[in-house]
Design a protein around this ligand. Structure first.
Ligand SMILES: Nc1ncnc2c1ncn2[C@@H]1O[C@H](COP(=O)(O)OP(=O)(O)OP(=O)(O)O)[C@@H](O)[C@H]1O
Ligand SMILES: [Mg+2]
Length: 362
């Protein structure tokens, strides 16, 4: 087990800078998830921690030791990839003990570690099978087992579940969570999937274009996003962003109206941000935060486009003034289908304000 720190880590390929000075502290035993859109640098960051990529500048420490020039095999890490490439001609047991045998680890110790990993992952009865005789989920467990037998200080996972079907992903997600509880080892986990991020992480790192946008506990990111990008990335369906305009600004409160429905006016507590009357801003509201008409600070009537009923909840896709698409989540609204319009309420306490550059106004 070990803590990890990145200080001003930069990655360049030639003159192209991919990671622009990453700073991050991971505590011993923490489960940290990297999320962000494709190409934002998640894998690059993970591969630099593993030592599979050199860093162009900065410092990486594992367990207090600078590892910039330490070989991957000597960093005390084990990595699990999306494509898990088991040796097809070896049994599960041989796949698990392969690395340790090659390193000349004493047989008794190797056997102990393999047995323990197999028990943790519940694959003991599969030990004599070959990979092609396993399901996708079982193969992924063997791949994780290969990492466990190395008894690393830090586990690194790069989208380990993205080859699995939806049901198996959920199952494996729970198993990885259980594994972390059982081993207590530091884990860094890369995913596109924001549900995986929300459910697995002690701490989420949101990346965009090679920059760390925000680091925080899942619910802190949900409740208190630093900017419009994080607000839109965390939560599903994603937060609605409505065009708004500042119409009043005094005594620590800012009043805005929707640009497409100017009779909808909300007053928000904005203590520090400087905003001008007439300024064009964005009002953010999560689909699940619309209230029954009359129950909030102001009502909003929308044109219903499509309603999706999932049983426990419904997603209503609607328009404001035939122009702005929004999504409203309602617990019980099975008869919204045959209505043309819907009136809901907005509450200032459940909305966010962003300036034109996407910065949070607070
Ligand atoms: N060897 C390389 N040379 C030049 N650019 C590279 C190289 N490897 C990666 N990149 C670029 O670095 C950026 C980050 O790539 P990276 O693989 O880290 O993204 P990612 O966040 O893991 O994306 P994905 O979610 O698609 O896996 C991308 O723009 C990519 O094109
Ligand atoms: Mg990647």
């Amino acid at each position: 087990m070990a803590e990890l720190s990145l200080t001003n880590v930069i990655k360049r390929y030639g003159s192209l800078e991919i990671i622009h000075g990453a700073n991050l502290d991971v505590k011993d035993g923490e489960f940290v998830v990297f999320v962000g859109p494709s190409g934002c640098g998640k894998s690059t960051l993970l591969r630099m921690i593993a030592g599979l990529e050199d860093i162009s500048d900065g410092e990486i420490k594992i367990g207090g030791r600078t590892v910039n020039d330490v070989e991957p095999a000597d960093r005390g890490i084990a990595m699990v990839f999306q494509s898990y490439a088991l040796y097809p001609h070896l049994t599960v047991e041989q796949n698990l003990n392969f690395g340790l045998r090659m390193n000349g680890n004493p047989k008794a110790d190797t056997d102990r570690r393999v047995k323990q990993a197999a028990e943790i992952l519940q694959i003991t009865e599969l030990m004599q099978r070959r990979p092609k005789q396993l399901s996708g989920g079982q193969r992924q467990r063997v791949a994780i087992g290969r990492a466990i037998v190395r008894e690393p200080q830090i586990f690194l996972f790069d989208e380990p579940l993205s080859n699995l079907d939806a049901e198996l992903r959920v199952q494996m997600r729970v198993e990885i969570s259980r594994l972390h509880k059982k081993l207590g080892t530091t884990m860094i986990y890369v995913t596109h999937d924001q549900t995986e991020a929300m459910t697995l992480a002690d701490k989420i790192v949101v990346l965009r274009g090679g920059n760390i946008e925000q680091v925080g506990a899942p619910l802190d990111l949900y409740d208190d996003p630093a900017n419009q990008f994080v607000a839109g990335f965390v939560g599903s369906p994603k937060m609605n962003f409505l065009r708004a305009e500042v119409v009043d600004n005094q005594a620590g409160r800012v009043a805005v109206v929707l640009r497409n429905q100017r009779n909808v006016r909300l007053s928000l507590p904005i203590a520090t941000a400087k905003v001008e009357i007439g300024e064009q801003v964005t009002l953010g509201i999560r689909p699940e935060h619309f209230l029954e008409a009359g129950r909030g600070d102001v009502d909003l009537t929308v044109d219903v486009d499509v309603a999706e009923h999932l049983g426990n909840t419904s997603y209503i896709y609607a328009n404001i003034a035939g122009d702005e698409q929004i999504v409203i989540e309602r617990e019980e609204s099975r008869n919204t289908n045959n209505k043309d319009t819907l009136t809901v309420a907005l509450s200032a306490a459940k909305t966010f304000l962003f300036d034109n550059a996407g910065n949070r106004l607070r």
